[in-house]
Design a protein around this ligand. Structure first.
Ligand SMILES: Cc1cc2nc3c(=O)[nH]c(=O)nc-3n(C[C@H](O)[C@H](O)[C@H](O)COP(=O)(O)OP(=O)(O)OC[C@H]3O[C@@H](n4cnc5c(N)ncnc54)[C@H](O)[C@@H]3O)c2cc1C
Length: 277
């Protein structure tokens, strides 16, 4: 007789139902692309999961001149197609349409990409950091919003009794770009990521993913560039001069390598911003 553990799956059709299941000990499952590989990482699969894909509110997209709101249940492919052609959001489109491979992009969700605490190579994290995005979390007691940066810094605490429901993106960028470096082929995790946004009100936001355990803003480089335009070559020079990353060692690359490629990725992102491939 096979000794298979009992697993419990809740197909929630409302947010309240999902929150109830969470309170009963279920783990939230988005696209399952990370969770279903738990055993390959030597982790147990959760005994009970709640699926969110029957909750219509979690796949809504709202676009105005001032902001975009994205449901956390949207897949990477859906994010790319919803935002395509919207000025200032080019970097998010590049991140969502360039991550992983087509099959994964049609399953993995925006919420899962931001919520996975031990996944450093998430493309959407730096792409949304440079947009000044906020996340919305729902609990039994109501909803609250907090800056993406604060959320990323302590996901296990923020998600202990909460579901990530929406991502709010203010439309403050005049243009944005996303440059990633997978070592071998398109489906591999990127060893380093640089996202940047030129803000309509002046100044830049620049963020780095996959180099350290958690994506973060490169404030030293933002300050060095200031309010002025910067050429791709100058951007790369300033990046090398204001390097303050402590690269993580991992199966795809060692830490020193992830840091070393950053100036080239800054140049590549600035080239993309200027419309050069
Ligand atoms: C071979 C492969 C290559 C990949 N390459 C890349 C890549 O290059 N770049 C990239 O960005 N991604 C890549 N991914 C995808 C990555 O795994 C997912 O984007 C993401 O991290 C998980 O999304 P998911 O919806 O599948 O989450 P799941 O696997 O369903 O869940 C992951 C975690 O997030 C939690 N969670 C999910 N949704 C929510 C929510 N709404 N609220 C609270 N918690 C939630 C779950 O409880 C779980 O802890 C790749 C995946 C694979 C399999």
């Amino acid at each position: 007789m096979l000794d298979t553990p009992q697993r419990h799956v809740v197909f929630a059709d409302s947010l309240d139902g999902a929150i109830e299941a969470l309170a009963r000990g279920a783990s939230v499952m988005g696209g399952g692309t990370w969770m279903m590989r738990a055993e390959r990482r030597g982790e147990p699969l959760p005994a009970s999961v709640v699926l969110l894909d029957r909750i219509p509110a979690l796949t809504e997209v709202m676009v105005t001149d001032r902001a975009v709101t994205l449901g956390a249940g949207l897949t990477h492919a859906a994010v790319a197609s919803a935002l395509k052609g919207l000025s200032g959001l080019e970097g998010v489109v590049a991140a969502a349409s360039g991550s992983a491979n087509p099959a994964i992009r049609h399953a993995a969700t925006l919420g899962g990409n931001l919520a996975t605490a031990d996944f450093s190579a998430a493309d959407l994290a730096p792409a949304l950091l440079v947009q000044g995005a906020e996340v919305e979390l729902a609990t039994g007691g109501g909803s609250r919003r907090l800056p993406l940066e604060a959320f990323l810094a302590d996901r296990p605490t923020h998600l202990a009794h909460a579901i990530l429901t929406r991502i709010h993106v203010p439309r403050e960028a005049a243009a944005s770009a996303h440059a990633r470096l997978p070592l071998r082929k398109a489906g591999d995790y990127p060893v380093a990521i640089v996202s940047l946004a030129r803000l309509s009100g002046g100044g830049w936001r620049i963020a780095v993913g996959s180099v350290e355990p958690v994506a973060r803003r490169w404030t030293a480089l933002e300050a060095a560039i200031g309010d002025r335009p910067v050429s791709p070559d100058e951007g790369a020079r300033l990046a090398a001069a204001h390097m303050d990353f402590d690269g993580r060692d991992g199966v795809e690359a060692e830490g020193w390598y992830r840091v070393t490629v950053l100036p080239a990725l800054v140049k590549r992102a600035l080239d993309a911003l200027e419309g050069r491939p």
